[in-house]
Design a protein around this ligand. Structure first.
Ligand code: F6P
Length: 527
């Protein structure tokens, strides 16, 4: 299957994307998809009908539909951990039964949602001015990203997100906060993550030093209710979730509490219902009309078939500034694996390196390389049709124009002939030629664009669910387990063994020369 695609790639190597538009006046429409009120345009890529058909065949042959049903029906598709994968249950607002090991999890999910809503209302109505979410990875990136994204809807207490074990993070956050009016949310699925527990202990000490009883100011979000109870956090303020919710898929449930407190339960439900709408689309649409499937297939085409190792996510939506970081965890922790589900080595590349920044800022920084560098970087643009600042409509017009200009420029490029014209009159002879060459853009660089009405809670839910399902489809096609993360373990183990070496309690003699040298240098500065 991949061989067929590789053969197609060779056959179409010299093809210009612009030429595809010239050949087919309906290309834009035929290589786009509307779903859940959004338009996904993948016409500015090299994909033609044959390539798309081969990609869709690949998706069918790899069992995307069967696997999709298995996920939604609670089969243990996270095979290395023997767990179901049911973050979709957290946004199943209809409450239709979802079974794990024969038990319907929905009553518990909805009861937890209602308890969260009651607490959110209570805190929004109380004298709480600040909420500090202490968590890392999936227990931080989701709510932190969404809090920024939905700032026009935030009318509750201010939220802060502390994740890094670097004391700078919590120190800078606590500076200026009032212990009497600050609530701490300890967000950790396992409740054992060293960064989170260290920060939580520091927060507890900060309260105690200021004469505030910590028990009254802590909330816990965790699957590990026992550990949370050990912390003395009252049961009413402990919110649990099943082991069938992966960390990077968890913001739809208790891990989203800080967001709910900020935007209110109603807007939070809208966020869930947006995701639920995307779930329904993903479940019911045929593969060729399925937005997450097409987004995944274009990704496979660029990465595994054409070999473009990275993918830029470029939101022309300043409030989505943290989305690239969020997607880095979602995609790279999910699909950054070298072995297939059965443990055999992958015969192709694993998921891509994902990176990005909001436009237009990136244009004045790294777009130079995207336009004229030697590597091709497929770009994923996203933009709202309208902003939240009607009085600044001209800003939005410029934003949209810039987004569209970039995908057009990437596709068209600028020939040497045209480049010569831009410098004619300024230079002559060999100097004109030299100057012109610096102004050539190869063009033919692929991009996709996702356009949506406005970045509302509902829209954000749709976008995130779209990407979650995209990662799932890519994982199924690659035959890997997208739901474990063994690759983070070794570093954690070594960090805990190096702790006493750094403090000098244990000798560094069994460490390599580089590590010993670095420790020695650091020790010169230890008090
Ligand atoms: O180390 C990786 C990881 O396990 C992520 O998968 C997870 O989102 C993060 O750490 C935080 O884990 P926890 O929520 O258990 O503190």
């Amino acid at each position: 299957m991949f061989e067929d695609l590789q053969a197609l790639a060779r056959k179409t190597e010299d093809r210009r994307i612009e030429g595809l538009f010239a050949e087919n006046p309906n290309r834009a429409e035929e290589f786009s998809l509307k779903a859940a009120g959004m338009l996904f345009d993948y016409s500015k890529t090299q994909a033609d009908e044959q390539i798309r058909a081969a990609l869709l065949n690949l998706a069918s042959a790899r069992g995307v539909e069967t696997r999709r049903t298995a996920m939604f029906t609670g089969e243990p598709i996270n095979e290395t951990e023997g767990r179901a994968v049911l973050h979709t249950a957290l946004r199943n607002l209809s409450g239709s039964p979802v079974h794990v090991d024969g038990e319907d999890v929905m009553p518990e999910v909805l009861a937890t949602l209602e308890r969260m809503e009651a607490l959110a209302e209570e805190l929004r109505g109380a004298s709480v001015t600040d909420v500090v979410n202490i968590g890392i990875g999936g227990s931080d990136l989701g709510p932190a990203m969404a809090y920024t994204a939905l700032s026009p809807y935030a009318e509750g207490p201010r939220c802060h997100f502390v994740s890094n074990v670097d004391g700078a993070d919590i120190a800078d956050t606590l500076r200026g906060l009032d212990p009497e009016t600050t609530m701490f949310i300890v967000a950790s699925k396992t409740f054992t993550t060293i960064e989170t527990m260290t920060n939580a202990r520091t927060a507890r000490a900060w309260l105690m030093d200021r004469g505030v009883e910590p028990e009254t100011r802590f909330v816990a979000l965790s699957s590990n209710k026992e550990e949370a109870a050990e912390w003395g956090i009252p049961e009413a303020r402990v919110f649990g979730f099943g082991d069938w919710v992966g960390g990077r898929y968890s913001m739809w449930g208790p891990i989203g509490l800080s967001l709910m407190i900020a935007i209110g339960p109603k807007a939070f439900r809208a966020f869930l219902s947006g995701a639920e709408e995307m779930d329904r689309h993903f479940q019911s649409a045929q593969l060729h009309e399925n937005m997450p499937v097409l987004l995944a297939l274009i990704g496979i085409w660029h990465n595994q078939v054409l070999g473009h190792a990275t993918r830029a996510v470029l939101p022309y939506d300043d409030r989505l500034a943290r989305l690239p970081a969020y997607l880095q965890q979602l995609e790279m922790e999910s699909n950054g694996k070298s072995v297939a589900m059965d443990g055999t080595p992958l015969p192709y590349n694993s998921g891509p390196v994902v990176w990005g920044e909001p436009g237009t800022n990136g244009q004045h920084a790294f777009y130079q390389l995207i336009h004229q560098g030697t590597r091709v970087i497929p770009c994923e643009f996203m933009v709202a049709a309208k902003g939240h600042e009607p009085e600044l409509g001209h800003h939005h017009d410029l934003l949209l124009a810039n987004c569209l200009a970039q995908s057009e420029a990437l596709m068209r490029g600028r020939s040497l002939e045209d480049a010569r014209e831009t410098v004619a009159g300024k230079f002559e002879g060999a100097e004109l030629e030299r100057q012109a060459r610096h102004r050539v853009f190869p063009g033919n660089r692929p991009s996709t664009t996702l356009i949506y009405g406005q970045l509302t809670p509902e829209t954000l839910g749709k976008i995130v669910a779209l990407y979650e399902h995209r990662v799932f489809v890519e994982g199924v096609i690659l035959g890997i387990n997208s739901f474990d993360q063994w690759g983070v373990e070794l570093g954690k183990e070594l960090a805990s063994s190096l702790g006493p070496v750094v403090t000098g309690e244990r000798s560094a003699e069994d460490k390599d020369g580089s590590t010993r040298q670095l420790i020695e240098f650091a020790s010169l500065y230890r008090d």
